[in-house]
Structure formats: structure tokens, C-alpha cells
Design a protein around this ligand. Sequence first.
Ligand SMILES: Nc1ncnc2c1ncn2[C@@H]1O[C@H](COP(=O)(O)OP(=O)(O)OP(=O)(O)O)[C@@H](O)[C@H]1O
Length: 960
Amino acid sequence: MEQFIPGQRWYSDNEPELGLALVLSVEARQLRLHFPAIDEDRIYRLQDAPLTRFRSLPHESVFDIHGMKLHITSVEDNDGLLVYHGHDDQGHARQLPESELDSRLQLSRPRDRLLSGRIDPARLYQLRQTTRTMQNELLPDPARGLCGCRVDLIPHQLYIAHEVARRATPRVLLADEVGLGKTIEAGLIMHKQLLDERISRVLVLVPETLLHQWLVEMLRRFNLRFSLLDEARCEGLSEAGEKPFESEQLVLCSLDMFMRSPVYQQQVLDAEWDLLVVDEAHHLDWRLEQISPEYGFVEQLAARIPAVLLLTATPEQLGAAGHFARLRLLDPDRFFDLDEFLEEEDLYQPIIRAVNELLDDQPLSHASREAIHLALGQHPTFARLMSRAQQSDHHNPDRDKARQQLIHLLVDRHGTGRVLFRNTRAAISGFPERQRHVTPLPLPEAYASLASDISEPEQRLMPEQVWQQQADKPATWLTFDPRVEQAIAIVRQHRGEKFLLICAHADTAQALDKYLRERIGLRSTVFHEGLSIIERDRAAAYFADPEQGAQLLICSEIGSEGRNFQFAHHLLLFDLPGHPDLLEQRIGRLDRIGQTQVVQIHLLVFEHGPQQVLFRLYDQALNAFHRPSAAGATVFARFREAIDRLLLLPGDDVDQLSTLVNEAAACHQQLAQQLEQGRDRLLELNSYRREEADYIHRAITRLENDPRLLEYLETACDQFGVELEPHTADSHVMHPGTHMLMEQFPGLPDDGLTLTRSRNTALAREEWQFLSWEHPMIRGIMDRVLEDRHGNTALAVIRHGDYPAGTLLLECHYILEGTAPRRLQLPRYLPPTPVRRVVDPRGEDCTARFPADQLRLLPAELDKTTRQKILRARQSELRHMLDSAGALVEAPAREILASAEQRMRGLLDNEITRLQHLAQINPNVRQGEITQLTTQRDTLSRHIRQVQPVLDAARVLIVG
Ligand SMILES: Nc1ncnc2c1ncn2[C@@H]1O[C@H](COP(=O)(O)OP(=O)(O)OP(=O)(O)O)[C@@H](O)[C@H]1O
């Protein structure tokens, strides 16, 4: 019998409606209680007072007398008086002595509710059980965080997302070739880390032109609602007395905004973030002699924010120094010296040769064997792998397996492998072809005569601009420049087909647009840096509209970055840019995931002059119109002087040009070969591992095809009064019902919504919701069901031959759930795990006789009064069964916890050993990562051992 102590809270078994009582005094035979809810004192006999002690447990919530809700994390027993510790709704740490609990009865625990005769409807009880089961299955599922995104399941993206999002604080450079889905990869990583509660505050920095596209992409594909903070919004928030960057969790800003405002820079630096994402990171210019303000600012952010994703399609634009500089943002301790970085890259050559021999199924040369020993050490496991990999029988699957394992081990040890992911079209199949169509055009005399006045090669690429400035007339070049007529002719030839025209300068774009619209009546629109963001988005949307939209979009160079125009198949290049990476960016607007046809590239090239120089270099030396040229940037860097000289030549020097093109072509071929055999091959292997991608793919498909999802939604809708009706073969419509039981059903608008379970349909019908276990609506329902007490008691009549009618049995569902700081990821190893026990009146375990799915429930529904009568009459039996079930669950709970701890240790020890090995050979492994993992493992062990089974739901079974 529990001792009564003044200050404790109890409630009356017979009259729970009186609320929580406070023990005032305890004498020899009686005790005095005060019931604040009715402001009455009552006296009970100490010996048989029908009272139950009120106790709440970790994970539950209680209210104090001022209405503050406390989410309990631990309960302290201070000489018989309880103090609840936890946090309030704002996340502030609080403690609450039981004497200050709100007196309106907070009977939420199943034990209290059963003993006071409170029973929930059977369907609600069932919904709770299913929710628990699903929660237990979904939390550790490898597809978690990836299956609910409205994206095609593209293997290299799945691999990267899975690999990166698992890291505690990933700091990586996503550098897939243009248009292969870096934004999508970043979205997948964020989505998974947010769902796993590894992160909650995210700052995304993008060029101004891409703000809206990011905003929309994050919402429609990932259900991530970012807040776009521009100057106007920040000003508004500041005026309202708020700190702009602390008002929202997911924030999207343009980097340019911070470049204009040191005040905002400071404010964003002062706010706390978990993850920083920087798109188009090649703009962060860094040279030994000078650091750009953009780089300086991002460097400060990256030093404070634990996780960082940098996105760029052209990591080596601006040369190796630029590449090094971006890696330096991710890990300044590791990448601190440019020369050393360059030397180190060369040291990987022997490993690369070894990997090539393994890949090409060749015998391992002596040098390769040496390199492997040097890289992996003399550990017996590696020695065994080596000997299996060298077996002469080519058909032996063991040999293949050993070779694959060695490749993985070696790739792991590759210099930048852990921080850099780069996939190329060459390594990933399924991309459309490119076809180029070139129309040589005479160079107008007016342009030829300008040549001697221009000293900058870049200017010579835009003669129309120089002409306009010199002639000081508005765009007269339109009348004599043959590219204009030719562009019109090409567009007209393909009536009804969309064209993206890109030129270097905003003024050129504007003049062309005006001319084509007013004089020719073409449905065109324009996109350039002089327009506001809204105007640019409007232009892009007008172009995208398949029926009423523009046939032609004219863009300045800014249109060639990041934008999605793959619904068009024709690209018209009014001029050629001075760098191969820019050319690739231009082509990448159309040649990207989602392009369904051959990409037609139309080139308007003068037969003479600098455009001809570039054309021949791109076409004949780099073959850049047909496929991305990985070595293009290096070739241009090597021949920069010669190229600039030719670009500035007033006339043509055909011989010099041919020599340059030939030399550049030879150099390109050689570099491409080296890349193919060398560093790129390793990087490629590291950026995409098929088996892992397949494994994730299978896991996602399994969840997607789980029929329980729709059943679950149907039951929830039924329970909460929401209408759900079939719509098409794979979709449903949902509406709030007339008797909806919730004020608001999570995520359901007043006018309803349509949802589909089919990924393909969801991709085609963006206005529909994509239903998955991760959809905010399903997550919202699960939270609502588990919150507080929904369905945690029930009563049913059953048939069972072994027990006489009238026997009372009790089915108890316990939950093993730990509390630990989120960053430790405890649920990954110990998801809330249900344990079920059924006890008979003697307190014996009879679970085996009553498997959950075989309980023969009788339809007899007892009314509320009868249920309460039964429960009150047999309270002592119930108490006994509750206590017995509590004792019975201890042994299985210990087993589950021990195996969770073992699993956790196994996984983390593996990871620690791998990292320790890597750290000896690959300095890219941050020592901090290893220490963090070791501490994490030990702290997790402590948390797991402290877990106690908590009764989550109980059902009284009456044998009928
Ligand atoms: N898994 C996917 N499912 C559906 N669409 C995708 C997927 N991956 C990429 N896309 C689409 O392909 C296009 C290119 O993707 P994304 O913008 O992420 O590429 P990127 O590598 O960031 O491009 P860039 O180099 O131009 O910045 C986008 O329209 C995107 O929506």
C-alpha cells in the first residue's frame, strides 16, 4: 500500500469527476484531502480509502495551475513527493512539483482511466495499435525520409541522399553535372534529416533568379514550406519587433541580399542554424590573392553552422584553386594548403590504376598489389580479400565479390571521396541525345570595323553591344545583324514548338524581344537581370504554359543558370559564351532530367571573327555541343593566352586558329582519357553505388505498395468524421464531414483535396497530393492519435472455450521508448517498441492463447453505464491484473533493450572502425566525426538501459 504524504495528488476511484485532490494531512486512522476543483475538503478512512495516486510518466504531458503544458522528460521522487521535469511548448526547460498540478483531473494514463471506468470506442483503440505498429516499423526503415518525396526514383540521387543524410552533420559538395538533380538531392537530404529530427533550422542561399523556383520545388516535391525572406519581408518583421531570421525555421534567401546589407549579414550570423545550403556555389570566388565578399560571408556562416551542402555543377570552374576553396569551406582543417592539395591528388594514381585493373577484370600487377597493401594495411581480412580477388577462375562469384569489396575499400580511401559527389551523364544512362545545327552567317561590315577599337576579348563576343554604345542609337543593329533574321526563320520553321534563346547581354535580350514582338508578332517574352524577381518568374511561367504561353523565351546569361526549361526541345544560341562551363550551363537548361526528346541546339555563328574562334574550339576541340566536356575548363585554362589573342585579332588568322584547335583537341583528348581512367573514375564510383541505390529503391517500393496505408487513412477518416471517397483508379477525394470530430483535421483544407497513392500519377498531377506514410497529413494523424489518450482503453466481449463466461482478462500494450536528445537518434536503434501481454484473473500470462490477430471479438457493444458498473465492481481484480502484467513485461523488455543496445553498438562500432581505418589513410575523415560517434554510442547505451516499459493501452476482455 502506497504511503500518503501531504502535498501528494490522488483521485477518487468512485468519483473521478471531482478532479485531483491534494493530501492535506495524514493522521493515525484517517486522512484529509482538499479537492480544489470543487473547493471542498473530504475525510477518508486510511485503511480502505478508494483513492488512486496520480502519477504521470515521461513522454506524457500535464498542465500546471496556470495552464502551462509540460512535456515530461523525467520524474523525480523527492521523499514521496513527485517533481516533473521537462519542457513547455516553447521548448524551455521547466519543472513542476505535483502540488502545482492543475486540479481538473488529468486522467490520461490507461491504468487510471480503466480503474475509473473510462473506455474508448473499439475502433479508436485499434487505430492506436496500428499507429504504434507502423511507428515501430517506419522509424528504422531505410526508406524513411525518402519515400514521401514527389520525385522519380533516380538511383544516383537516392544513393547520395541516403549516404549523406545518414551523417550526423554532413558537410559535402554536391557537384553532379548540370541538370542531374542537385537541387533534388539537397531536398531529399533535408527532408530525411528533418523527419529524423536531426535538423530543424535550415538556411538556403541561392542566386536571386532561382528563389522562386526553389520555393516551389521544395513545396511541391518535398512538402517543405520555406519562407522566402527578401528585404521587404525582413524590414516588415524588424518593424514588428521580430528578429527576421529567427522568426522561421526553413528560410530561403538570396545571397545577393546579404551582399547589399551588412546588418542582415550580422543578423543571419547571429541566428542559430542546423544546416546551410548554398546553391550555385561556384559564385563564391576565391583566389590566393583575393577573397570575394560572397566567399568571406559564406565562410563565416560555414564556420558556425554544423552541416553544410554546397551545390555546383562546375566545381572546377575558375580552376583547381576555386575547387580547393569550396572544399576549404567544408573542412578548413583538412583543406588548408592549395599546393599540398594538388600534390596529393597526384598521389592517388597508383590506387586508381589498381581500381581500374579490378574493374576491368585484369590480373593485378605487382605495383597495384603494392598500392593496395599500402592503402589498406596488412589486416588479415584484407589479405583474404586480396587472395580471393586474384583467383584465376574468372567465373567464381567469390572472386567477383572480393574484387567489388576491394574497390569499395579503395574508393573509400580516395582523397575527396567523402566530401565530394559528382555524377556525370557518361556514368548514368537514359539522357537524350543532343543535335547541333549551325548556320554560318556573314560578319556584317559594321561589326568588322569595330574590331580594332576593342581591347577586351569578352566585349568582342557581343559586337551588337559595342555597336550600340558607339553608335549611340537604340538598337539599330537589329536591322543589319543577320542573326536576327536567321533566328526568326528558325523559329518559324518549327511552328508551335518552344524555343529558348540565350544571349550574353541583357540589353541584347531586351532589344530582341521588343523587335520580335512588335515587328514580327512572335509570342515571345524576356528574362534578364534588369527585371524584378516577380517579373522574371512571370516570364518563365508564361513560357512554360503549354497552351497559351510564349513560343520563345529570350534570356540573358542569367537565364542559363539553374532554371528548368526541359519542356522545350530547341535551344537557340544567339552568341557563344567565353567559357565552356557557361556553354554547358546554357545547354543544361534543356538537357536535364525530364527532357523527353533530342535536344536541338541551333547556332548562329559568324563565319569570321571571335565567335568563329569559339565555335571551332567548342565544336572541334571539345565536342561540347554533343556532350558535356569534363576537361573543357582545363583546356581553356591551358590555352587561355592563345585563345584571347585570337579573339582580339582584328582579322582572321585561319592557320593560327587551325593550329590552336588541333592542339586544344589533342590536349582535350589526352585529359579526357586521364579523367576517364583516373580521378573521375574513382569519384564516379564513390558518387553512385548501385547495390545501395537498389537497396533503397526496393525499400521505398515496399513501403509504397503497403496496402495498410490506405486502410489506415480510411479508418482515421471514419473515426474523425472525414469523408474519403474513391475518385479515379488510383486516387481519392477527401472532404471535412458534417460531423467532423476535430476542429481541424491535419492538413485538410475546408474545400477538401484529392490524393493519389501512385508516384507516377503524383508526378503528372501536381495539383494532387502524393499520399505516403510521410505525408504531413498522415504524420499529423499519427501524432494526434498517440498524443494524450486517444484510444488507450477499450472493452470487448470475446468467445473462448477455455474460460467460463464472465471471466475478466486484460490485454496490455506496453511501449519501450527512450528519451534522449534528438541528435543522438535513439529511435533509429530503439523505435518505440510495443510489447503485448494478456493476463488472466490469477495474473498468469495467457498471451499465447490470444494472438492479437485471432481474438474472436463478439459484436456485443455494452453501453457506457454497464461498462462502468462492471469495471467498478471488479476493480480489485483489474488492479491485480494490471500489476501482474507490469511484472510479466519486465523480462521481455530487458531482452528487447539488450538487443537494441547490441544492434546500436554493432552499427556504430562498425562505423567507428571504418572511420578509424579511413582516418589513417584518408585525411578527409574529420577526427571530430570519430569522437562524436564514440560519445554518441556510449551515451546511447546509457539512455537505452534507462528505458522502462510504459503501459500505453489496455483492453478489458470479458468472456461471453
Ligand atoms: N528525381 C527526380 N524526379 C523528378 N524530377 C526530377 C528529379 N530529379 C531532377 N528532376 C528535375 O530535373 C530538373 C533538374 O534538376 P535540378 O534542378 O535538381 O538539377 P541541378 O543539378 O540542380 O541543375 P543545375 O545544374 O542546372 O543547377 C529539375 O526540373 C528537376 O525538377
